[in-house]
Design a protein around this ligand. Structure first.
Ligand code: C5J
Length: 227
């Protein structure tokens, strides 16, 4: 794909971008957060709220792959020895089980366990980096910034879960590092719909204080027009 500028309707205003500098960043679409019988559901959450993101994200993933543009996946989780898990994070939830404990799909949020992995519908293919992150933000204690800079990426189309936690944290981190972010509203979700709404509002408020918000359909249409 050449260096042709595309425009996509977005809030707070239309977003102009060059596809060659854009990555699709898919945040934490992990089995434990999204699948019935996983950790998220065990905590009493309605995972169907998150599963609505699968189809739009699958279509975006297909479009990015077809266009030959970079795709990056992230997973939240920890080393099996939990050496990278702070006491604060481990003890804070006070739920029936916490990170590192046995869960319905293996040890909760531990790398290598079934529940920690990405859902099959969006599974990475060769050449798509998977960033394993111990925190909520995808830049914290990872090589994401290096991966992006090495590929000349300055713009991120961001989707995944959850809107107000890992998506929001990552967009704020990216903004401070000089990346332009477009959050895909129907590609993100929360167990708490009002947090999803507010999470998006916080990003696009004040002239786009952290970034832009668009949706899968206009982004897919913009990309299709450029193929
Ligand atoms: C993510 C979380 N991925 N909600 N984690 O948002 O704890």
């Amino acid at each position: 794909m050449g260096r042709t500028s595309l425009t996509v309707p977005a809030e707070p205003y239309d977003f102009v971008f060059e596809p060659s500098g854009c990555a699709l960043l898919i945040i934490d679409m992990q089995r434990d957060f999204l699948e019935p019988g996983g950790f998220g559901e065990m905590l009493g959450n309605d995972v169907s709220l998150l599963r609505s993101t699968i189809e739009p994200n699958r279509m975006l993933l297909d479009a990015w792959r077809t266009a030959g543009l970079p795709v990056i996946h992230t997973r939240e989780g920890h080393r099996p020895d939990l050496a990278d898990l702070s006491a604060a994070k481990r003890t804070r939830g006070r739920g029936p089980a916490t990170i590192g404990d046995p869960g319905p799909m293996g040890r909760i949020l531990v790398r290598g366990e079934a529940g920690h992995d990405i859902i099959p519908e969006l599974y990475p293919i060769g050449g798509e980096p998977v960033i394993d992150k111990p925190g909520k933000g995808a830049f914290y204690q990872t090589d994401l910034d290096l991966v992006l800079r090495n590929r000349g990426i300055d713009t991120l189309f961001v989707c995944g879960v959850t809107t107000e936690v890992c998506v929001n944290t990552t967009v704020r981190e990216a903004n401070d590092r000089g990346y332009r972010c477009v959050v895909i509203a129907d590609g993100c979700a929360s167990y708490f719909p009002e947090f999803h709404e507010m999470g998006l509002k916080m990003i696009k408020a004040q002239g786009g204080i952290f970034g832009f918000v668009s949706a899968s359909e206009p982004v897919l249409a913009a990309l299709a027009g450029s193929l």
